[in-house]
Design a protein around this ligand. Structure first.
Ligand code: UD1
Length: 427
């Protein structure tokens, strides 16, 4: 088993470049199903979630060539299947993103029901309700969702109960070839939604309003393949910038749009960090002690749930008490109990975390509960006294490319290593 081991207390400073956004790349890959032919995606992160989506597409009949690590050449001409099995959906819930594209291309799809995952139930009832409004019929059978549009997909008005990212994406894709106009009301506004709409429009779709709460999709006859660059990963960027709050020295991150981290950077300023926003880059440095700041996660442009753990890690060392409220996912505080094992003082009450700042953290053996929680534990190790060993790092590999290499380039004393079976039981 592999672990990440960190020696705390060394300066972490310098420049790092982020990859393309995981949460965009996965959906763009799914969207290639709708444009038979060869689409080239550049700036794709080389992470395990992308590999799983590659397996999903191959299972459907696509071929994928990898060029220069970050370019995927996806040929969807021969896609002739419309079923995504449980073994793949169970590995990555985002594989449900093929539902909309398969319905658009074939008028039918079979997708295994996503089960629970580490950060909560992650239901898809809103996807189903929205697609039903477009004329899609659903049957649940032996754990699979059978979707079909016997009379074709028809444009309609869909009002989402919550600005769900996944539901907005599936509806936007399913309605690309619909008869008439589809309006998605209370749509998610994440930059990854805008990236997906941009690529679909480059392919010939007619989508207006992406990035606002009302998206309008005018049905078109067909899409053609394109070359498209994935938007920079705001969450990877935010993770490295948060480290500046811990280690006091400036960190510059390149390859993303600072406005995509609007509220995160504002909160960092409130915490006492200096933020210098540039063109596709940002520098953060800590000025003196850290002030406690309350945070609540909300759909974009609110504070992203994907930055909650990393920010809690910084606030665990602030001078005073603050409250972090998680509104998007249940079970997303699991890493807090690991952080407490390192000396943090965090109490969980329902979906609130009460964070009492402490002066120092101590290195310990801890286990990644999920992707962002795992990254936050590595961050904690950078400032903890002594050695921290983080296990279950497959979670981190899902979303961070060469995380350890990038930390080393910033001066961190961190290694990835394989441990013996006996130690494995211990961890
Ligand atoms: C979520 C995040 C997104 C992040 C992604 C990866 C939000 C709003 N979304 O997107 O920013 O990039 O995780 O970590 O922050 N829900 C239902 N029924 C549905 C769909 C969703 O109840 O049909 C619930 C979910 O269980 C969850 C919330 O709505 O509590 C947010 O869901 P959604 O935005 O769809 O999740 P993701 O697309 O995974």
């Amino acid at each position: 088993m592999e672990v990440i081991q960190i020696e705390g207390g060394y300066p972490v400073t310098g420049e790092v470049t982020v990859e393309g956004a995981k949460n965009s790349a996965l959906k763009l890959m799914a969207a290639t199903i709708m444009a038979p032919g060869t689409t080239t995606l550049t700036n794709v992160p080389n992470i395990s979630d992308v590999h799983v989506m590659g397996k999903v597409l191959k299972r459907l009949g696509a071929t994928i060539k990898v060029r220069d690590t970050h370019t995927l050449v996806i040929d969807t001409s021969n896609v002739d299947k419309w079923e995504t099995p449980y073994e793949l959906v169970a590995q990555m819930r985002a594989s449900t993103a093929v539902l909309g594209p398969l319905l658009a291309r074939f008028g039918k799809a079979i997708v295994a029901m996503p089960g629970g995952c580490n950060i909560g139930a992650r239901k898809i009832d809103m996807h189903i309700l929205g697609l039903e409004a477009l004329g899609v019929k659903f049957e649940i059978d032996h754990g699979n969702i059978h979707a079909s549009a016997p009379d074709g997909i028809k444009g309609a008005m869909v009002t989402l109960e919550f600005a769900s990212v996944g539901a907005t994406e599936n509806l936007m894709m399913a309605s690309v070839f619909a008869k008439g106009t589809t309006t998605i009301d209370n749509a998610a506004r994440e930059p990854e939604i805008v990236d997906l709409a941009n690529m679909l429009n480059e392919m010939g779709a007619s989508i207006k309003g992406a990035g606002s709460p009302i998206i309008e999709v005018e049905g078109v006859k067909e899409l053609h393949p394109v070359e498209h660059a994935v938007v920079g990963d705001r969450i990877e960027a935010g993770t490295f910038l948060a480290m500046a709050g811990l280690t006091k020295d400036p960190i510059t991150v390149r390859g993303f749009e600072p406005q995509h981290l609007g509220l995160v950077l504002r909160k960092y300023e409130e915490m006492g960090m200096k933020v210098e926003r540039g063109s596709r880059c940002c520098t953060v440095s800590r000025m003196g002690s850290l002030r406690p700041v309350d945070i609540q996660t909300l759909p974009y442009p609110g504070f992203p749930t994907d930055m909650q753990a990393q920010t809690m890690c910084v606030l665990a060392l602030a001078e005073g008490t603050c409250i972090i409220t998680e509104n998007i996912f249940e079970n997303r505080f699991m890493f807090a109990s690991e952080l407490n094992r390192m000396g943090a003082d965090i109490k969980i009450e329902g979906h609130h975390a009460i964070v009492h700042g402490v002066k120092t953290l101590q290195g310990a053996q801890v286990k990644s509960p999920d992707l962002r929680g795992g990254a936050a534990l590595v961050m904690a190790g950078l400032v903890a006294e002594g050695t921290t060993t983080v296990s279950a790092i497959h979670h981190i590999d899902r979303g961070y490319e060469r995380f350890v290499d990038k930390l080393q380039s910033l001066g961190a004393h961190v290694v990835r290593k394989t441990i013996e079976a006996d130690d494995e039981d211990f961890l």
